[in-house]
Ligand binder design. Structure first.
Ligand code: SAM
Length: 207
């Protein structure tokens, strides 16, 4: 009962607020405008990437997320901005799109929350055209042992409070071990952000 109320009313607001800080929006600006063609956003959440798309390069946007509460916010945002997005209310482990149909996959701050990200990436690979790209920006395991120790300690509690989010995933390894080539990998601690959640990895990946 308390868990359901928390997940329905508190968590969507919490995630929306935590994911819309100035440093995170600055990250979105580095990644999202590069999307082109037919775009699939994995874990569109409350739609925080929507204002960053360069619509002149895009034919179509699909927004996938299993959370109807978060999608409601994204739908509202898309309507306010008059942007046509087809929403898929499901997890990335099974995507109801044709194989070889997507040019760009956008994933921001979502690989942390997918229970088995390698299963999802396998399915993402199926829907990607052979020359398609993944554009990603994620927080993950920090390179400093002092920080990563705390990430590992806190991770189980963190996940319970933040919708299954893991703060200690090795994002580049997860992507490359799922059969992708990682390009232009950048990494740093975001300014004004606690180090345990602030180590960001961003770049692109191809099949
Ligand atoms: C921290 S939020 C980030 C939302 C958004 N990507 C952003 O950049 O603000 C994590 C998102 O992952 C979504 N998510 C959780 N499990 C998922 C799954 N199996 N497949 C796709 N998305 C999932 C959640 O519903 C949530 O919207």
């Amino acid at each position: 009962m308390i868990k359901n109320t928390y997940e329905k009313y508190v968590l969507p607001k919490l995630l929306d607020t935590c994911c819309s800080t100035k440093p995170i929006n600055y990250q979105r600006e580095k990644v999202v405008p590069n999307a082109s063609g037919t775009v699939l956003e994995i874990g569109i959440g409350s739609g925080l990437n929507i204002p960053f798309y360069n619509l002149s390069k895009i034919n179509k946007i699909y927004g996938l997320d299993p959370s109807t509460q978060l999608c409601k916010k994204a739908i509202k945002k898309a309507e306010e901005m008059s942007i046509n997005i087809d929403f898929l209310f499901e997890g990335a482990e099974e995507i109801k799109l044709k194989s070889n149909s997507i040019d760009t996959v956008v994933i921001t701050y979502t690989l942390c929350s997918i229970p088995n990200p390698m299963d999802a990436l396998k399915e993402i690979k199926r829907v990607m055209r052979p020359d398609a790209n993944i554009l990603f920006c994620e927080h993950g395991i920090a390179p400093d042992i002092k920080v990563s120790k705390w990430q590992n300690r806190i991770n189980p509690i963190w996940g319970k409070l933040f919708g299954g989010c893991n703060i200690n995933r090795d994002i580049p390894s997860i992507i490359s071990n799922s059969g992708f080539k990682v390009h232009n990998l950048n990494q740093m601690y975001l300014p004004s952000t606690p180090k345990i959640v602030g180590y960001n990895y961003w770049g692109s990946a191809s099949i």
